[in-house]
Design a protein around this ligand. Sequence first.
Ligand code: PFF
Length: 460
Amino acid sequence: MSAQRGEFGSRLGFVLAAAGSAVGLGNIWKFPYEVGNGGGAAFVVLYLFFCFLLCFPVMVAEISIGRKTNRNPAGAFEALGYKKWSIVGKLGIFCGVLILSYYNVVAGWAFGYFFEMVSGNFAIAENFGAYVSDVTKVGLYGLIFMSVTAFIVSGGVQQGIEKAAKILMPSLLTIIFFLVIYAMTLPNAMEGLKFYLVPDFSKMNLQVIYGALGQAFFSLSLGMGALITYGSYVSKKENIVQSAALITLTDVGIAVVAGLMIFPFVFYQGLGPQQGPGLVFVALPGVFETLGPVLGVVIGSLFFMLLSFAALTSTVSLLEVPVSYLVDEKNMARKKAVWLTAGVIFLVGIPSLLANGASDFFSQFTGFLGSDTPTDFMTLVGYIANDSFLPLGGLLISVFAAYIWKKENLSKEISIGYEGYEGSFVQTFINFVISYLAPVVLGIVALLTILNRFLGITLI
Ligand code: PFF
């Protein structure tokens, strides 16, 4: 094992860092617009189902693989004696690079919005299109964001991020709760809540199922080895199941509450919920404005500052995945690995930066490839990385844990730190999900998607 590997300082430190990885733009930026596109509450029901019944056991498996081996995602499979399976880890690392490349762009938008709110520029909402296509400006914000991420990762996760997460996570929650209560008092709030909470199952189709599944994996930072990596820094005293439950509950809780805030805001302003990636950026500033010039500026800037911090704990974990690989497998010094990876990923993100109006080619990307309904490059990367690779990674990790490494070994690892695990209902549930439910559900969705996307056959 490389001497440069770290370890989380405390139990709380691990849970906070992993929850920090999970809670991010996915909860507050992506979840609401996915719900909007997915037709509302039907999407929410599916998302909850996937998070608790499918993803939670996969999370336990990921953390266990990491803790057992003390290695990065690719090295972990090899350390267990299955060299060929390290391809799953490598796919995860590649996926992390793709996700961070565009995630950082959006984090840059949020960071820039902080300054807009400080200067009281609520009208930015109407000029969102111009804002995101101003490449020099948002590019600079993105560059700063990536540098801050790299700076934190280069120092090791323990000191900076553990401490920051302890202050920032509760602050974010407080602000969101305040805004939820305010949202409920607005005219049309009920209409928004109805859209969000009353399911209309006629809106459910393969696209919605697929989106909800991808969102569940994305939101929980699963399927690409981020939790193998964080698990590799966890001590043997840790109760993995309990920690995974805390991480899942925090993440899902914050996503659900963020929806309670956003949808009343959206309907109050007479906007449609199908605004796509601009939803939060378009719906919020106008609401802050109604709070008055002083309170509006305070709450608005606080909100986007905290959103940026929520994103930061996620970008840190995304960067940590390829870095841990270079440190473990290539014996690279941590600092060198960090700055090299961050630089490359920033460059990989440039097409995404240009995909929001600055360049026609990247903004209408699939149109140039012959599609009638053009998708921009950034959205396309999201489809590939979040919605395809993550569930595929989850499928492979489940199959690996259940049938290759084997359930008995998984159970043995979980039992360390969790007395009484063997023979418990929790064990039966986790084993059932990773052996049957996850492979079957993820396999069927993958099959339907292949039929649909590549062969044009639609079964649902
Ligand atoms: N879970 C993060 C979010 O919801 O914003 C995104 C993410 C972080 C995905 C880390 C994957 C990952 F490994």
